[in-house]
Design a protein around this ligand. Sequence first.
Ligand SMILES: CC(C)(COP(=O)(O)OP(=O)(O)OC[C@H]1O[C@@H](n2cnc3c(N)ncnc32)[C@H](O)[C@@H]1OP(=O)(O)O)[C@@H](O)C(=O)NCCC(=O)NCCS
Length: 222
Amino acid sequence: MGHRTSVGIHIQAYPGCSLNTALNPIIRISSDAPLALAEAMHNGGGMLAIRPVAATDWQSYRDLRLRALRDSQEAFASTHERESGRDDDDWRARVSAVASSSTAQAFFAHWNNEACGLVWCKASDVELGVVEIFQIWVTPDARGIGVGSALLERAIKWAEDHGAARVRLGVTIADSPAMNLYKASGFHAVGAPEPLREGSALMSQSMELNLGPRPARKEARS
Ligand SMILES: CC(C)(COP(=O)(O)OP(=O)(O)OC[C@H]1O[C@@H](n2cnc3c(N)ncnc32)[C@H](O)[C@@H]1OP(=O)(O)O)[C@@H](O)C(=O)NCCC(=O)NCCS
């Protein structure tokens, strides 16, 4: 995988552009990202918002999740084939359940009200103090500008707010943006790799982040 060159951009440099997570005061635009969103920033700004998925969002959630499974087949244990078999009642019930749950939460990333990313977090059913993170995905045209980091930070914040001591996720073993993101965010490997799904040659690694004070991730670069 090629190494990105990137430029540091303070949001304040672009009137009308802001990031409302209050977690990443800086957005970086990589020179090789497909830059629909970056262009939007240059051409008048916009807003990145990370917000909880509501029960009424079930169709947007379904569409984004199916798009993610089609786009990133090597990143997820589930498959487009499996999930596209769900009927509307199933999607509606699933999203309604997470929206009203006190032990799970899904978040959308929105750029100017258009969904451009997703993450799902859930308290472990079996291990007290552990929150699991799933389904993190950013639309290809929104990658490389901090959306994935913002989603991950929001999921971690949710875990902290729910008293978790550790956050856990699984990632396909590869030299990938996802692996880089998790390592750079302080996650470390735990346990032995396992097949991503039955019959797959791809291996998935569990990674954990111990919660507590962490160094800031994003810094201005020029
Ligand atoms: C992984 C993913 C969510 C990252 O989202 P993103 O919005 O592009 O990420 P960001 O712009 O916030 O970058 C965060 C970090 O990811 C890593 N990263 C992102 N793009 C990268 C690239 N092209 N090459 C190498 N590392 C990259 C870097 O560590 C980066 O930190 P840095 O900017 O300080 O160098 C996105 O690439 C994606 O949706 N991939 C497909 C689905 C997937 O793999 N999901 C993970 C399932 S476990």
